[in-house]
Design a protein around this ligand. Structure first.
Ligand code: GLV
Ligand code: GLV
Length: 311
């Protein structure tokens, strides 16, 4: 029997498969993540660990978990985990690719459309009693159909799914991979959507220089990772009107404090990291996470290893 620490309750019944397989599950029942010291205490006896993006798995945590065989991250991204440190200790790391691709691409388009057509402002006008008549000149937004979108990070799973949606809107897509000229693409795009994994090389990829390269009046959408964007530079670009809007499902940090200056910038829409948050997607992610745990605890190769998701 193996001991598994699960850092958060999950939608659906996937976790039952761990107990059915005879494993002993220590389920964190708090609504908020365990504090790092609490996490350290709980992994001391663990062979398996289920983490979410909010748990930082570093050398210190790995050293506190001498029996650990497998970490299953409830996410497709894994920038919260020091993969090299895990590998060095023979700990397998798994993720949940593919099952959240469409949900995240759908949310990307929801953000893009909401920002282009100024939905938050227009909806607020209704609930706040400022809608007096059909308006000929109020709430005018940007066209989406036929415009150009830069997909930064390449046409991977999610970037590719966003590109397919963009084609449905007759958009011209510019796929910006690691070796492509980012600034050149930014100069041409009406919409910029970020899908690169967060690594030391992509941290603040969208910095002040990039935001000076963007076409004036462009809209930035980020459903990837908050760390891809220098938020101080972003706030400046919104205040200057260089960007018409920014629609973000991810920020740095998360949660973004309500008094963060970014939230005081004009035309910024921030969501609480809900890219994968549909009932069926979250249930599928839970099953993939448990598939990874069961394999790792059995000493089998993980069906969805993080290493295979490296780009
Ligand atoms: C969410 O951001 C994920 O990486 O799954
Ligand atoms: C994310 O998993 C991607 O491949 O875009």
């Amino acid at each position: 029997m193996a001991h598994v620490f699960v850092s958060r309750g999950l939608a659906g019944d996937a976790l039952d498969r761990l107990t059915e397989a005879g494993h002993d599950v220590d389920l964190w029942t708090g609504n908020l993540p365990p504090h790092p010291t609490e996490l350290r205490d709980h992994v001391a006896a663990a062979h398996g660990l289920l983490t979410t993006l909010t748990e930082r798995v570093d050398e210190q945590l790995l050293d506190a978990a001498p029996q650990l065989q497998v970490i299953a991250n409830y996410a497709v991204g894994f920038d919260n985990i020091d993969i090299a440190a895990a590998e060095a200790r023979g700990v397998a790391v798994g993720v949940t690719p593919d099952v959240l691709t469409d949900a995240t691409a759908d949310l990307t388009f929801a953000l893009l459309l909401a920002a282009a057509r100024r939905l938050p402002e227009a909806a607020a006008a209704v609930t706040e009693g400022r809608w007096r008549s059909f308006e000929t000149q109020a709430w005018l937004g940007a066209d989406v159909t036929g415009q150009t979108i830069a997909i930064v990070g390449g046409a991977g799973r999610i970037g590719g799914a966003v590109a397919r949606r963009a084609r449905g809107f007759s958009m011209t897509t510019i796929i910006v991979g690691r070796n492509d000229n980012l600034h050149e693409a930014l100069a041409q795009a009406d919409f910029v959507s970020l899908h690169a994994p967060l690594t030391p090389a992509t941290h603040h990829l969208i910095d002040d220089a990039a935001l000076h390269a963007v076409k004036r009046g462009a809209i930035l959408v980020n459903t990837g990772r908050g760390g891809l964007v220098d938020q101080v530079a972003l706030a400046r670009a919104l205040h200057d009107g260089r960007l018409a809007a920014a629609a973000l499902d991810v920020t740095d940090p998360e949660p973004l404090p309500v008094d963060d200056p970014l939230l005081a910038a004009p035309n910024v829409l921030v969501l609480p990291h809900i890219g994968s948050a549909t009932h069926t997607t979250r249930a599928k992610m839970a099953h993939l996470t448990v598939d990874n745990l069961l394999a790792g605890l059995d000493g089998r190769p993980l069906p969805h290893p993080a290493a295979a998701s490296k780009k």
